[in-house]
Ligand binder design. Structure first.
Ligand SMILES: Cc1cc2nc3c(=O)[nH]c(=O)nc-3n(C[C@H](O)[C@H](O)[C@H](O)COP(=O)(O)OP(=O)(O)OC[C@H]3O[C@@H](n4cnc5c(N)ncnc54)[C@H](O)[C@@H]3O)c2cc1C
Length: 413
């Protein structure tokens, strides 16, 4: 049993995973969140453990897409005009990260963590008695348009260089493989390594419940700041309380910027807002998660219903949701499956925490050794949450995390 007390700020998949791995190492751990576990962005994602997802959002040529992003508020990648002045510094870094060489390096870094994603998920799920929540089905990318599939060849070549396995399906094989789909699709790519979680929100809740049953503490409170001594934070200030701590982990997803700054790091963190529609009685259920290569969103057969999730809207943390974007997902969804029962439909928006290079921060503080940062997981936070937690515990223990962490450092920009 260690005598170190860690305060983990944030009870999403990333924070709860860090809390569990730190607890497993025998530390005393308190998690603080202003909402209940999993109620942040982790609540509504597409639940895919996307081990193949090593390609950053900004790829070569993205600069030429920026005008389109500004002109089409319902496009798969859109920028809100009113947010452009605030977004500009991040956008410049985003474009700068899109060069061929940089993308190659990013894919190497992401893949080094992604190969460990599923094992870490299985380890935590088993610890919490929830192994059945992880389904190792693979996932299927589907394409209606020849030109979309032609441009996807670039992605496939990069994935091949990273050792990702996939299988190309011919038109006549697609419906046999996934009978729930309308006969529209000319091309498909099957990724056997990918998996999904039957209910992403319930997973976080159940992992959190296990953490508590094993002696962990969860406080519902908003963290405002820290008391900082010569060697780093000594207390976390939350609500009217001061919580004494030996170490602090910032895992506040899209809201991490302010607390990271108070601990000495100015990070270019933005949010890529995403939407979902969940149909509890859809009447159609694919065998595995799907990805629309034509319109860039995921479709997942969850316990709570069929979920259509994705799209990127660069609009900051304050603006109201634009649910026309969710409806756009359904326009494509109806075409994909034909008849869908939309009774009980629920629409949602969430804030992906996004670094300009699509690489999360998984890092020990340079300013104070007793500070740890785990945020900025963008599109792959569910996937990388558990392995991130394991790496944070490795850093705290001085163990080799088994991958090069330089690309994940908080001070890389
Ligand atoms: C539409 C959509 C689909 C997605 N699909 C997938 C997918 O299929 N696979 C995948 O891997 N990823 C997916 N993602 C991304 C994934 O959901 C996120 O990367 C992930 O949830 C981030 O987890 P987190 O724990 O960092 O953040 P969150 O879940 O947002 O947790 C952060 C927590 O910090 C708390 N907090 C913030 N500030 C404070 C404070 N000052 N005091 C106290 N608490 C605070 C918040 O209340 C919140 O609960 C998707 C995202 C979206 C939007």
């Amino acid at each position: 049993m260690s005598n170190r007390h860690f305060v983990v700020i944030g009870a999403g998949i990333v924070g709860i995973s860090a809390a569990l791995y730190l607890q497993k190492d025998g530390h005393q751990v308190t998690v603080v969140d202003r909402v209940d576990p999993g109620e942040g962005t982790s609540k509504g994602n597409a639940a895919v453990i996307a081990s193949e997802s090593c390609i950053p959002v900004a790829t070569p040529g993205i600069l030429w897409d920026v005008p389109k992003m500004l002109m089409d508020p319902l496009g798969p990648l859109a920028i809100r005009w009113s947010y452009l002045p605030k977004l500009a510094p991040w956008l410049m870094r985003f474009v700068a990260a899109s060069g061929e060489k940089k993308v190659e390096q990013i894919s190497i870094a992401l893949r080094s963590a992604l190969t460990q994603a599923l094992p870490a998920h299985k380890e935590l799920a088993s610890l919490a008695g929830q192994s059945l929540m992880i389904k190792e089905t693979g996932w299927l990318g589907i394409f209606e348009k020849d030109e979309k599939f032609a441009s996807y060849q670039w992605d496939l070549a990069l994935q091949k260089r990273r050792g990702i396995e996939f299988q190309i399906l011919k038109q006549e094989e697609i419906r046999q493989f996934e009978p729930s789909l309308q006969p529209l699709y000319k091309h498909a790519v099957y990724y056997p390594e990918n998996a999904y979680v039957t209910d992403n929100f319930a997973l976080v809740q159940r992992l959190a419940a296990h953490f508590v049953s094993a002696g962990g503490r969860i406080l519902k409170s908003e963290v405002q700041g820290f008391e900082i001594g010569p060697a780093g934070p000594t207390h976390v200030r939350a609500g009217g309380d001061k919580i004494a701590c030996d170490d602090v982990v910032v895992a506040c997803g899209a809201w991490s910027k302010k607390l990271a700054k108070l601990l000495g790091h100015n990070v270019p963190l933005e949010t890529e807002r995403g939407y979902h529609v969940t149909l509890p009685k859809a009447g159609k259920m694919p065998r595995m998660p799907l990805y629309s290569g034509d319109h860039s969103f995921a479709i997942t057969p969850l316990e709570v219903g069929l979920r259509f999730a994705g799209t990127v809207e660069l609009g900051g943390l304050e603006a109201e949701p634009n649910y026309a974007r969710a409806e756009k997902l359904m326009v494509h969804g109806r075409r994909m499956f034909g008849d869908l029962n939309e009774e009980g439909r629920s629409d949602w928006m969430g804030f992906r925490p996004s670094m300009p290079d699509s690489v999360p921060v998984i890092s020990q503080g340079g300013r104070f050794r007793n500070t740890y940062f785990s945020f900025g997981h963008g599109h792959i936070g569910l996937t990388l949450g558990p392995v991130t937690g394991r790496i944070i515990a490795d850093l705290a223990a001085g163990r080799d995390p088994g991958l090069d962490l330089r690309p994940f450092r908080i001070d890389r920009f």
